[in-house]
Every structure is written in structure tokens, then in C-alpha cells.
Design a protein around this ligand. Structure first.
Ligand SMILES: NC(=O)c1ccc[n+]([C@@H]2O[C@H](COP(=O)([O-])OP(=O)(O)OC[C@H]3O[C@@H](n4cnc5c(N)ncnc54)[C@H](O)[C@@H]3O)[C@@H](O)[C@H]2O)c1
Ligand SMILES: O=C(O)CC[C@@H](O)C(=O)O
Length: 393
């Protein structure tokens, strides 16, 4: 029986895929084989020795200590693109809220509780509506920082809304480039993008390269009166520089999914409680993808959409399956194959992949590897984590 510890609210559409005869699923389970979670911060959490994998039902993995996981041979998965449409739709809402005083206008109307004459009320609304006028987004320039799953969707949507769209992404994947309209202008540095855009939307991960990326210099480079939209992560925008840019009126609006105390009460800050991915559709997509990836890893050792291990997959062929993670240095695979050869264990098929400093292997063998073989493999120089999976048709 596999044990999967859950954190946060994971859609039942995903959790329901775990067969209850083979999986025990729940919060706080002891000695779990895996975690499945959303935004739960794991940096201060001790990992049980039993932990083989973590599935993040979502895109960002800055809540997980990835280097520690890699060191321990714990495979971390995310669900690329599964919540991208939800975020894209909220970015559009954010741009509209930054352009038109929808919120102020609605609050004004709801405040007229002392009025009971419809005619008088209509006169008052017409007299005061000029306070809530705004601009249109069509014809404006939208800049996207990070043209991955979300950024490319936002870029294409901007074009459909009649905007000019520019994008900056120094590591654009081939897949993302295919998704992107050729009408999106590619800009080769951040400040050049900031200079030409009325709206700038961030769609990059929070990591050591992007923390504080939007700083004093970036705000100074921005087109005066522009709007910044941040559905990516709080840490990407330097809070002091942000407040300064708002105080000086250089930044017209800050639309963000990550409120901070110093922004509360400021009408220029349009803040939401991290709800970019909070739609039933996105929650289901993420949970289903995370669950499928986790099951395939636990049952077959296959790795799809990991953020720290190489994509590795091999169909089952009736044999016993040995999987192991190792440091990406010479001779490790050779030593393991020698252990098998010395014990007359015949290899049916194998795959060996590497990613940076880590390598991962799947070796299918004809007969069950005994304890002696497994001990010798686990002891081979460079091997970090070993598993054996019984035959499966
Ligand atoms: N608010 C929410 O609920 C919510 C939901 C989903 C994702 N997110 C955040 O959005 C981020 C992006 O999500 P995604 O699904 O598009 O990820 P993604 O991996 O598909 O795309 C990220 C893109 O950013 C690019 N990039 C990385 N560093 C960059 C830099 N310094 N400058 C420019 N481009 C850079 C990468 O090359 C990649 O193309 C996530 O990491 C997460 O933090 C937030
Ligand atoms: O799970 C969530 O609600 C947020 C997910 C989002 O921040 C992500 O990075 O995918």
C-alpha cells in the first residue's frame, strides 16, 4: 500500500484517481511515500526517510526546497500549464480593473442606501459618474516578462483585445515559441520592454535570479503612468521600490495576487488573495496531472514533468524493475550493471538520463534481484536512491 500525504485543498477529481486498494491518502499520514500539495511551504519541514516524491499541483515550486530534495533523491513534480488559463483570465480582469474604476463605481452605487426614488438616483448617478471614468486597453502596449505557459497565453490574449504586445524571455522554450503569435514583438532585455509598455505583466518563477528583479532601476525604466501586474510571485517585486514608485505617481496601478501590509488602503493597489489558480477547472487540471504523474512514478518509476529530475520513461515488459538515482559522474551505471552481471541477472531493457548533477536510471531484469544484489547496488559509489518494483504486465 502506497501512502500519500496531502496538504492544502486538492481537488477530489485528482485524489479520486488513486485506487483505494493500493493507496492510502490523507493529511498527516506517517511515513509517506509521497506528498501532494499546492502552496504549502516545506522549507522548514523535516522530510521523512520514506519520502520518494513530491507532487506540486500547480506551477511554482518556490515553496519546496528543491536542492535538498535532489540531494536526497526525492523527485519533485509540477503541473506545467494546468492552471495557465485561469491566471490568463485574471490578468485580463486585472488590466480592466487598472484601466477603469469598476470597483470605485460599484462601491459608490452600493453606498446609495439612503436613496429610495429611482428617478433621483438616476440623476445622481449621471452627475457623479465622471469620477469613475477611465481608459481603454485596446491600442495600448502590453509587455510580458516570461513567455512560458501563462505568459504566452496572456500575450496572445492581449493581441485579441487589440493591444500591441511585446515579450521578454531569455530562455524561451521551443514549445512556448510555437504557442506564441508571430505578432508578439520579442525584446531582448527587461528595461527595453519596460520603456515601451503601458501594462507590464510578470510571468516568471521566483528564484535566485528573479528575486527583487523589479527594483528602483526597473521602475525608473518603466513608461511613466504604466501599470504593473504581478500574478507571478511577491518576491519578484522589491517592496520599497514599489511603494516609492506609487508615492511618486510613476506607477499608476499595481495589480497583484500577493498583498503586503504597506499596500493596504492604497487605491492604486488592486490586490487579490492569491486566487490566480483558484478556479474549479484549474484545480481539477492540476490535481489530475499531479496524481497521474505521481502514480506513474510510484508504480513504474517513470518521471514526467519533474523540476529536478530528467524526463525518463520506459514501458513495462513483464520484468522486475530496478530504478536508481545517482550523482552524474562516470562509472556508476557500469558498477551497477557489473553487480547484475556477477549474479547472472539478465537485463531486458534499460534507460539512463541525466540532468545537471543528477542522473536517473530504469533497468528491467528477468529475475527478482535478491537482497545481496540490492545491497551491492545501493552501496555503489554515487548511488543516491534505489527502488525495486515487482513485475507488471
Ligand atoms: N497567482 C497564481 O495563482 C499563479 C498560478 C500559476 C503560476 N503562478 C506563477 O507564475 C509563474 C509562471 O508560471 P508558468 O506556468 O507560466 O511557468 P513556465 O515555466 O511555463 O514559464 C516561465 C517562463 O519564464 C521564463 N523566465 C524565467 N526567468 C526569466 C527572467 N528572468 N526573465 C524573463 N523570463 C524568464 C522561462 O524561460 C519560462 O519561459 C510560476 O512560476 C508561478 O510562480 C502563479
Ligand atoms: O495552488 C494555488 O492556489 C496557487 C498555485 C500557483 O501559485 C502556482 O504556482 O501554480
Amino acid at each position: 500500500m502506497y501512502k500519500v500525504r496531502t496538504y492544502n485543498k486538492i481537488s477530489e477529481k485528482g485524489l479520486g484517481l488513486f485506487d483505494s486498494e493500493r493507496y492510502n491518502i490523507g493529511e498527516g499520514l506517517e511515513s509517506p511515500d509521497a506528498f501532494i500539495l499546492r502552496s504549502q511551504k516545506l522549507h522548514d519541514e523535516a522530510f521523512p526517510d520514506s519520502l520518494l516524491a513530491i507532487a506540486r499541483a500547480g506551477a511554482g515550486v518556490n515553496n519546496i526546497p528543491i536542492p535538498d530534495c535532489t540531494e536526497k533523491g526525492v523527485v519533485v513534480f509540477n503541473t506545467p500549464g494546468a492552471n495557465a488559463n485561469a491566471v490568463k483570465e485574471l490578468v485580463v480582469a486585472g488590466m480592466l480593473l487598472a484601466s477603469r474604476d469598476v470597483y470605485g463605481g460599484m462601491n459608490f452605487v452600493q453606498s446609495l442606501t439612503d436613496m429610495d426614488d429611482a428617478g433621483e438616483m438616476a440623476k445622481r448617478l449621471e452627475a457623479e459618474k465622471k469620477r469613475f471614468a477611465g481608459g481603454e486597453i485596446a491600442g495600448k502596449t502590453l509587455g510580458i516578462v516570461g513567455l512560458g505557459a501563462i505568459g504566452s497565453m496572456v500575450a496572445n490574449m492581449g493581441l485579441e483585445l487589440g493591444m500591441s504586445v511585446a515579450g521578454f524571455d531569455p530562455a524561451l522554450s521551443v514549445e512556448a515559441a510555437w504557442r506564441l503569435s508571430s505578432r508578439v514583438q520579442k525584446v531582448d532585455n527587461l528595461h527595453a520592454l519596460l520603456k515601451i509598455c503601458d501594462f507590464v505583466s510578470l510571468h516568471i518563477p521566483a528564484n535566485e535570479h528573479t528575486r527583487g528583479l523589479v527594483d528602483d532601476e526597473a521602475f525608473a525604466a518603466m513608461k511613466p503612468g504604466g501599470c504593473l501586474i504581478n500574478f507571478a510571485r511577491e518576491e519578484i517585486v522589491d517592496p520599497e521600490a514599489l511603494v516609492k514608485a506609487l508615492d511618486e505617481g510613476r506607477l499608476h496601478r499595481y495589480v497583484a495576487d500577493f498583498p503586503r501590509p504597506e499596500l493596504l488602503g492604497r487605491p492604486e493597489a488592486i490586490l487579490m488573495p492569491h486566487i490566480g489558480a483558484s478556479t474549479a477547472e484549474a484545480e481539477q487540471n492540476c490535481a489530475v496531472m499531479a496524481t497521474r504523474q505521481l502514480m506513474d512514478y510510484l508504480e513504474n518509476g517513470n518521471i514526467t514533468n519533474s523540476v529536478n529530475f530528467p524526463q525518463t520513461r520506459m514501458g513495462r515488459n513483464g520484468g522486475w524493475r530496478i530504478t536508481f538515482a545517482n550523482r552524474n559522474v562516470p562509472k556508476v551505471l557500469g558498477s551497477v550493471l557489473s553487480v547484475l552481471a556477477d549474479r547472472d541477472i539478465n537485463v531486458i531493457d534499460m534507460v539512463n538520463k541525466s540532468r545537471g548533477e543528477i542522473a536517473y536510471n530504469i533497468i528491467d531484469v528477468e529475475s527478482e534481484p535478491g537482497p545481496g544484489a540490492l545491497e551491492a547496488i545501493a552501496a555503489a559509489e554515487g548511488v543516491i536512491r534505489l527502488r525495486v518494483l515487482p513485475p507488471k504486465a
